[in-house]
Design a protein around this ligand. Structure first.
Ligand code: PAF
Length: 282
C-alpha cells in the first residue's frame, strides 16, 4: 500500500520511520513506462522506495507549458501502487517554496547555459534547486534519474558531487516505444502524423551511433533530420565536455514537432580516424 504525504512534517515523520536503505525517484507526475522503469530500479536497490510528484514551476520559462503540463495524480498513484512504492511525497508549490520564489537558487555553471540551457534559460537552475531541496527533504541513499534527460542527469551528478550530497545518483537508460520514440510525458501531445515525424530523432541518433568518427557521426545523424525543425544536434563527451575525439561520447538532439519540443540522446563510441578506417575494413 502506497502512503501519500503532502506536507514537510508528514514527510519527515514517514522518512524517520523508514527502515533500511531509501531510494528516491523524483518526478513531475504524468507517469509512463519510463518512470515505472525508474521505480523498478529503485525497488531493486532500496528497502524503502519514495517517489516525489511535483510539477516544479521554477523550471518552466514564461513561454513554456506549465499550465498545460499534464496532471494525472490518480493514474500516477496507481503506477506507484503497482510498482510497490512505499511513499509518495506530493507537495504543493506553497509547501516546496513557502517563501515564494526563492532568492537563492543553485547555479548550474557553464553546462547549464548550453544545449537545453541555451533554449530554456533558467531551466537548469530551476531543476537543480528543486532536486537539491528534494534530496535534503527525502535524504535518500540513492536517487534515480532517466538518461533521456541526459544534460539534467549530468548536472545533477555534478551538483551532488560539488554540494556534498551523500546520495548516489543513478542514471537509468531511456525506455522507448517499439518504433524507437523515447518515452516522454510530452508524447501525448503528438498527433499520429507528428508521432511518425518524431521518429526521425531516434533514427538520426541510431544512424549517428553506428559511425565512429565525429564527422561521420554528425553527418549520418544530420541526413536523417532533413526537413525537421531542429534546435540542436550535438556530439559531446560522455560528461558533455566539448569536442570529443575518441572514447565514450553522447549524441544529443532536440527538435520541435508541431508545437511539441522533443529531446533524445544515445551513447556513441568514438574511435580516432585511423582506427575507424581499420574498423570499417574488418
Ligand atoms: O525530470 C523531471 O521530471 C524533473 O526535471 C525533476 C528531476 C523531477 C525535477 O523537477
Amino acid at each position: 500500500m502506497t502512503a501519500v504525504v503532502r506536507t514537510r512534517a508528514e514527510l519527515a515523520a514517514a522518512r524517520a520511520a523508514a527502515q533500511g536503505s531509501v531510494a528516491v525517484v523524483m518526478t513531475m507526475g504524468a507517469l509512463h513506462e519510463g518512470h515505472a522503469t525508474l521505480l523498478r530500479e529503485a525497488r531493486k536497490h532500496g528497502d524503502f522506495v519514495l517517489a516525489t510528484i511535483f510539477v516544479n514551476p521554477l523550471q518552466f520559462g514564461p513561454n513554456e507549458d506549465l499550465a498545460r503540463y499534464p496532471r494525472t495524480f490518480e493514474a500516477d498513484l496507481a503506477v506507484c501502487e503497482r510498482e510497490g512504492v512505499d511513499l509518495v511525497f506530493a507537495p504543493t508549490p506553497e509547501v516546496m517554496y513557502p517563501y515564494g520564489q526563492p532568492e537563492v537558487t543553485v547555479h548550474p555553471g557553464p553546462l547549464g547555459a548550453v544545449l537545453e540551457g541555451a533554449v530554456r534559460p533558467g531551466h537548469f537552475a530551476g531543476v537543480l534547486t528543486v532536486v537539491n531541496k528534494l534530496l535534503r527533504l527525502t535524504r535518500p541513499d540513492a536517487a534515480f534519474f532517466g538518461e533521456k534527460d541526459y544534460q539534467q542527469l549530468t548536472l545533477i551528478r555534478a551538483m551532488a558531487r560539488d554540494l556534498e550530497h551523500d546520495a548516489e545518483i543513478v542514471g537509468v537508460p531511456t525506455v522507448r516505444e517499439p518504433d524507437g520514440l523515447a518515452l516522454s510525458s510530452r508524447n501525448r501531445y503528438l498527433s499520429e502524423d507528428e508521432h511518425e515525424t518524431a521518429l526521425a530523432l531516434s533514427r538520426a541518433l541510431r544512424a549517428g551511433a553506428a559511425r565512429h568518427t565525429p564527422a561521420e557521426v554528425l553527418a549520418a545523424a544530420t541526413a536523417e533530420l532533413a526537413g525537421l525543425d531542429v534546435d540542436y544536434l550535438a556530439l559531446r563527451g560522455a560528461d558533455l565536455s566539448e569536442d570529443p575525439v575518441s572514447g565514450p561520447a553522447r549524441l544529443l538532439v532536440a527538435a520541435r514537432v508541431g508545437t511539441t519540443r522533443l529531446i533524445d540522446n544515445l551513447p556513441v563510441d568514438l574511435v580516432t580516424s585511423g582506427a575507424a578506417d581499420r574498423t570499417e575494413e574488418n
